[in-house]
Design a protein around this ligand. Structure first.
Ligand SMILES: C[S@@+](CC[C@H](N)C(=O)[O-])C[C@H]1O[C@@H](n2cnc3c(N)ncnc32)[C@H](O)[C@@H]1O
Length: 292
C-alpha cells in the first residue's frame, strides 16, 4: 500500500523535518481546525524525503517507456498494479490532462509522450521535480504546479479534458473539496479517474499488518494523528511517513456524485505484498465524468 516501508536514509531531525513536528500536528488535530495546513506542510516534507529514499511511488518511468508511449504503447496505474483500462481514456492527442497529486514521473511523462498537454499539481516539490527530470531527459513538455489538491483556484473553469488522480486523497483530511474543484476545472464531458484505498484497510493495526497478522484495532474514520500513540507517531516521523486519513465510501463514491459528476465505471485491485490483499481487494479506482 502507500504506507512507506521502513528503509535506510534520512531520519527525523533532518532539515526536511525541521518545519512541522508530528506532535504539533497531532495536538492540532485534537484541538483545532488549524491542523489541515500543518498536515499539508508535514506531508510535503515527508514526500520530499520519500523521493530521497527512492520510495516506489517516486521512481520515474524509463526512456524506453516514454519511447513506447510515443508509439502509442503505454499503460498507467491509479492503484498498485492493475493498469487503467485503455477504454477509460479519451483520445490523448491534444487532450488537456491534469495529473492531480500525481508527481513522481510515473504517469505524466507517458501521457505527454502519448500526445496530451499535461499539467501536474502536487504538494511535493521533489515529486514535481521527478516529472521535470524525465521531461528534460526525454524531450517532453510537462507543466508542474506546486499546490494542494483541495485548491485548484490557479486553474480556470473547464480547463481540462481529464483529471488523473492516483491514490492520494488519503493524504488529506477532507476529500469533498477535491471533487468540487475537479468538477469545476473539468470541461463538460471531461473525465475524472481516481485511485482509492478501501477504508476497511484502516481498522487494522499497522505494525501487526506488517508482520502479516490481522488485528482489528481502529474505529473509523481513521487519522494517524489522532489514532496513534506518541511512540507510534514518533516512529512515523522517524520513517518520514506521510500522515494518512481514511475516508468513508460515502465520501469517496457519493462525494463525486454530490459534486455533480456521473460515475461511469469502477474496478478493484490488490497489492500482492500486503497481507490484507489475501482477504480483500484493498484498492479501487473509479471513472466519473462531468455531464455535458
Ligand atoms: C502515492 S503518491 C501518488 C503519485 C504517484 N505518481 C503514483 O503513481 O501513485 C501520492 C502523491 O500525493 C501527493 N500529495 C499528498 N498530499 C497532497 C496534497 N494535499 N495536494 C497535492 N498533492 C498531494 C504526494 O506529494 C505524492 O506525490
Amino acid at each position: 500500500m502507500f504506507r512507506i516501508p521502513e528503509d535506510s536514509g534520512l531520519l527525523c531531525g533532518s532539515p526536511a523535518h525541521a518545519g512541522v513536528g508530528l506532535g504539533e500536528v497531532a495536538n492540532h488535530m485534537r484541538c483545532s481546525n488549524q491542523s489541515t495546513k500543518d498536515v499539508t506542510e508535514y506531508n510535503r516534507q515527508a514526500w520530499d524525503e520519500q523521493v530521497a529514499r527512492g520510495n516506489r511511488w517516486t521512481v520515474p518511468v524509463s526512456s524506453a517507456d516514454v519511447e513506447s508511449a510515443r508509439h502509442g504503447k503505454w499503460q498507467v496505474v491509479l492503484t498498485p498494479q492493475q493498469p487503467v483500462p485503455a477504454s477509460w481514456f479519451p483520445p490523448m492527442q491534444a487532450a488537456r490532462v491534469l495529473g492531480l497529486a500525481s508527481g513522481g514521473g510515473q504517469q505524466a511523462p507517458l501521457m505527454a509522450a502519448a500526445g496530451a498537454t499535461v499539467t501536474v499539481l502536487d504538494n511535493s516539490p521533489a515529486q514535481l521535480e521527478q516529472d521535470q527530470r524525465v521531461a528534460r531527459r526525454d524531450g517532453l513538455r510537462i507543466e508542474s504546479v506546486l499546490g494542494d489538491m483541495r485548491d485548484l483556484s490557479m486553474f480556470q473553469d473547464a480547463t481540462f479534458d481529464l483529471v488523473f488522480n492516483p491514490c492520494s486523497v488519503s493524504f488529506v483530511p477532507d476529500v469533498l473539496p477535491v471533487f468540487e474543484e475537479v468538477r469545476r476545472v473539468l470541461r463538460p464531458g471531461g473525465r475524472l479517474m481516481c485511485g482509492f484505498i478501501n477504508p476497511a484497510r484502516f481498522i487494522f493495526d499497522e505494525q501487526e499488518l506488517e508482520q502479516g497478522r490481522l488485528a482489528v484495532r481502529h474505529r473509523l474514520p481513521y487519522h494517524d494523528a489522532t489514532h496513534l500513540n506518541a511512540d507510534e507517531l514518533e516512529q512515523l516521523r522517524e520513517q518520514a511517513e506521510p500522515l494518512m486519513f481514511s475516508h468513508s465510501l460515502r465520501d469517496l463514491i457519493r462525494g463525486q456524485i454530490q459534486a455533480g459528476l456521473v460515475l461511469d465505471d469502477l474496478y478493484e485491485d490488490i497489492a500482492p505484498d500486503e497481507a490484507l490483499s489475501e482477504y480483500l481487494p484493498v484498492y479501487f479506482a473509479t471513472l466519473a465524468s462531468k455531464p455535458n
